[in-house]
Ligand binder design. Structure first.
Ligand code: FMN
Length: 204
């Protein structure tokens, strides 16, 4: 089983990273292969609505000048996607929004490539707007026939400066629980993945 964590923050040692690493830890303990990728600060372009992904059906976006397709390949292979973002004016970072839009559309264009995968949203926030970020990420998951597990509270950690979230013990416990829940859920659904009711009709 393979879990991919994607960080939409441009900060290399920031709070989103800390939270994501706390989710990955129990998954590694449970024997999962894990990978952590940072897209924040990498200038991921937004979707240009060219619709070419519906014509080409090659699990790729036609825009090739950034790292998106490299990330998309990993997303398609993953059993669990854990997408993390800092809160920027009550929403995801621009790089995370670009990943959500392009990956969501490419997956939809390719026989709903994310269907049956586990998805979890993780958010770093200083004070307000974290639940909106949480919603933005979950919207893509829930329109993609993905399975979204909960944890002991919202998957949100508080802090402003890099490392500040380490003081938010409840958030760290939440992240560890989220990782354990994903590990449990992944194991439980694995034998049934082939019978997942993927919708083959296209309404997009
Ligand atoms: C452009 C920008 C906008 C922000 N907007 C908000 C906000 O609306 N609400 C909030 O509580 N924090 C806001 N913050 C603070 C960050 O969400 C917070 O510092 C977070 O921990 C950063 O995560 P990171 O260390 O992973 O980058 C903002 C920070 C930046 C740079």
């Amino acid at each position: 089983m393979y879990a991919l964590a994607i960080n939409g923050s441009p900060r290399k040692g920031g709070n989103t990273r800390t939270l994501l690493k706390h989710v990955l830890e129990p998954l590694e303990k449970a024997g999962w292969e894990t990978e952590y990728v940072q897209v924040g600060g990498k200038h991921i372009r937004g979707c240009i609505a060219c619709g070419k992904c519906f014509e080409n059906k090659d699990l790729k976006c036609t825009q090739k000048k950034d790292m998106f397709n490299e990330v998309m390949e990993k997303m398609v292979r993953a059993d669990a996607l854990i997408l993390g973002s800092p809160t920027y004016f009550t929403d995801v970072s621009a790089d995370m929004k670009a990943v959500l839009d392009r990956s969501g559309l490419v997956a939809l264009a390719n026989n709903r490539a994310f269907s049956g995968k586990i998805g979890a949203a993780v958010v770093a926030v200083r004070r307000g707007g974290g639940t909106h970020v949480f919603d933005t990420i979950n919207h893509m998951f829930l329109m993609s026939q993905m399975i979204v597990p909960g944890s002991i509270y919202w998957n949100i950690g508080f802090g402003l400066e890099e490392g500040a979230v380490l003081k938010d013990e409840e958030a760290l416990a939440n992240m560890r629980n989220l990782g354990e829940t994903i590990a449990w859920l992944g194991k439980a659904i694995e034998p049934h993945r082939k019978t997942f009711p993927v919708c083959h009709e296209s309404f997009g």
